[in-house]
Design a protein around this ligand. Sequence first.
Ligand code: SF4
Ligand code: SF4
Length: 181
Amino acid sequence: MNSSVVVGLGSSLGVRADAVRTTVDRALNGRGDVAAFATVDRRGDEPGLLAVVREWGAPLHCYPAGELDAVDVPHPSDSVRGHVGTGSVAEAAALLAAHELGGGELVVPKLRGEHVTVAVAELVPLTISTDCTACGACLLTCPEHALRPAPGRPVVVPQRCTSCGECVEVCPADAITLLRG
Ligand code: SF4
Ligand code: SF4
């Protein structure tokens, strides 16, 4: 497996770094490749969050509440919307940053810690463009069975893909782009 993830963070003012660290570790559950963290812009300089982000050495993406509120998430909250202006911070920020990085899906929904919430989105390892002719060659070639048929063009199962590149080589339409190697 060669998965890469984005960690979404929501917090109260004054959240302790220890609480953030513990909750991030629980959410990651051993995943080590964090491509980015993400949160709402008004928490972009929150010391407890920044301390943990710096420990990981990954960039922090910050978004306005209005942009986050437009993201479709599994657990929106009217009470959070009343306080922050968006129904979701952690889940929405993780999905928005994953989208910026090529696409991804939520694999750990909102996890609550002490004054902090954490969500994790897994990045897709590759993209398949509209040049795909649905010939099926990549489906037959993938040694990990990481590509599945879908309407229009195949989809990748990130957890299975090892980024070996064999599907890229075999595609007659040059439709596949690896996002990480
Ligand atoms: S890069 Fe392509 S062929 Fe290789 S594991 Fe991923 S989906 Fe399969
Ligand atoms: S090999 Fe290329 S053209 Fe054929 S199904 Fe896969 S992505 Fe589409």
